[in-house]
Design a protein around this ligand. Structure first.
Ligand code: PLP
Ligand SMILES: N[C@@H](CCOP(=O)(O)O)C(=O)O
Length: 497
């Protein structure tokens, strides 16, 4: 019979399986929000005067006012109606140097200690430092593969060798949204324990936010409500909230229409807003940027390319990189590229106009359906991130994005159309010589390809009108006769040898 495990490994309400303490490490790390004065990590021993506790609060985004709010308040906008941002007490965090933070974060990777084995909560001090570990709702998200895209670089980018794909979609619900949702739902869990008037959590979605929200809410026993644009998301995405027991509304509008409605409704009813307008989400999403640095042993890549829709994620990446620079974990940040589908490209148009007046667009249908968004809520955050990272915006047509996705699949990945959009941006920037052949470049893959099988089936069966589908690979139909099978195989072997 398994003995009782150390309490640090799991929240008190969990009944741990035996392997949790079998995998315990000899490393001594106190994981409270305020480190003790002596800390031993894998490589270093620190004796440091006790710092003030690590804290975070809401402040108006990119503003100098002294307005601020506790994270325990239910608030999504500043008094002037602008966006909010989560601001950490950088002075407290600076009591420790970059080497300390790198070492602490590295020591938590691949462990099962609750909640630090999660790729998000392994950076808890940078995310939500004050939450009690017992209130955290985590599926041990993050720690996603940074894939060396060797063959894709060789075949499609004239031998570009230092090319990487960050597979954020290989995750609990199949997209990067898990990173943000663990933070948001954890905070909701805390708020409900504090008796805040929250009956449920709601979002508008193009499919991935709703999947993550419903899974994390189901894990915590919190009701979730999702607003989906009817017939505009994939079947695999639709079935996720249904299976997780969410209250699903299929609405006769597009994502922007759903977003407008959920904002109105969450201001009237005791439903917490889970879209990335809520800046808590971005605190979790920014850990993907920190993870990339960590996976390169804290070397900074030259470029990071991210598909953009509602535009929270591009800012989340900027924030993750910037925080690491500010706290001395690294000495610079990468240049960021935001990639949009030409059919839903308000940020691209804004960039091309030299950041003059922003005009929302009516987003047209795109295979990259999760970014079919014409009026992104985080436009100001995206512009800020791009301007402060010497960033670029690119776009991809339907044919370009489907070809790029299929070309990537043919090198062993199984990418989503949004990753295709980012790969097109890379190819265009490489072609123009903006991205150099030896530049270390990371393409962020935002969702799992298995969510978009219908688009892939249509492509490979050349069923998409007006599209050549030049990488189509349709099955060969052949009678189950030895001679016939031999004939087609011989033809195939001649072709590939
Ligand atoms: C798969 C996928 N890729 C990219 C994005 C774009 O992220 P953001 O809305 O933060 O720009 C989304 C959601 O919008 C998504 O679901
Ligand atoms: N792609 C998103 C769109 C909503 O984005 P959010 O980050 O603001 O929640 C989705 O999957 O719903």
């Amino acid at each position: 019979m398994a003995s009782t495990p150390a309490t640090t490994f799991l929240p008190n309400h969990h009944q741990p399986p035996p392997y949790h303490h079998l995998r315990s490490s000899p490393t001594t790390i106190n994981c409270t929000s305020s480190p003790p004065s002596t800390i031993t990590t894998t490589n270093h021993r620190y004796s440091i005067p006790s710092p003030p506790p690590f804290t975070a609060k809401y402040v108006p985004f990119n503003s100098d006012t002294d307005e601020s709010y506790s994270l325990d308040e239910i608030i999504y906008r500043s008094s002037s109606g602008g966006l909010l941002d989560v601001q950490h007490d950088i002075t407290a965090l600076k009591h420790f140097d970059g080497k300390y933070w790198r070492s602490l974060f590295d020591s938590r990777v691949g462990r099962n200690a609750w909640p630090y084995g999660s790729g998000v909560w392994s950076k808890k001090e940078f995310v939500l430092p004050e939450i009690d570990n017992d209130d955290i709702v985590s599926c041990f998200e993050g720690n996603s593969n940074l894939f060396w895209a060797e063959r894709f670089g060789k075949q499609n980018l004239a031998g570009m060798n230092d090319l990487w794909v960050k597979h954020c979609g290989i995750s609990h619900t199949g997209s990067f949204k898990d990173l943000g949702m663990t933070v948001l739902v954890s905070q909701v869990n805390r708020l409900r324990k504090l008796n805040k008037p929250l009956v449920g959590v709601g979002c508008a979605s193009t499919g991935d936010t709703s999947a993550a929200l419903s899974a994390y809410c189901a894990a915590a026993g919190i009701p979730s409500i999702v607003f989906l644009p009817a017939n505009k998301i994939s079947m695999a995405q639709l079935v996720q909230p249904i299976a997780n027991g969410a209250f699903v509304l299929s609405l006769d509008t597009d994502f922007d229409g759903c977003m407008k409605l959920i904002r109105e409704i969450t201001s009237e009813l005791p439903i917490y807003l889970a879209n990335s307008l809520n800046s808590l989400r971005l605190e979790g999403q920014k850990t993907a940027a920190i993870e990339i640095l960590q996976q390169f042993d804290w070397e900074v890549p030259d470029w990071v390319i991210i598909p953009g829709g509602n535009l929270g994620n591009i800012y989340a990446f900027y924030k993750g990189f910037k925080m690491c620079e500010e706290l001395g974990l690294v000495d610079r940040i990468p240049r960021l590229v935001c990639a949009q589908a030409s059919n839903a490209n308000p940020l691209y148009l804004h960039y091309r106009s030299g950041w003059k007046n922003f005009t929302p667009v009516k987003a047209a249908t795109t295979f990259a359906s999760a970014i079919q968004i014409g009026d992104p809520v985080s436009i100001d955050r995206a512009v800020y991130a791009l301007r402060n990272s010497d960033g670029i915006v690119e776009e991809a047509t339907e044919e370009e994005l489907m070809d790029a996705m299929s070309a990537a699949d043919s090198t062993g990945m199984f990418t989503c159309p949004h990753t295709g959009v980012a790969l097109v941006a890379l190819m265009k920037l490489r072609e123009r010589g903006v991205i150099g052949k030896t530049d270390r470049t990371v393409v962020v893959s935002t969702a799992h390809g298995l969510k978009f099988t219908q688009a892939k089936i249509d492509y490979h069966s050349k069923a998409i009108e007006g599209m050549e589908s030049r990488f189509a690979n349709s099955p060969v139909e052949v009678t189950a006769e030895y001679g016939d099978v031999m004939d087609v195989l011989k033809k195939f072997l001649t072709k590939v040898s």
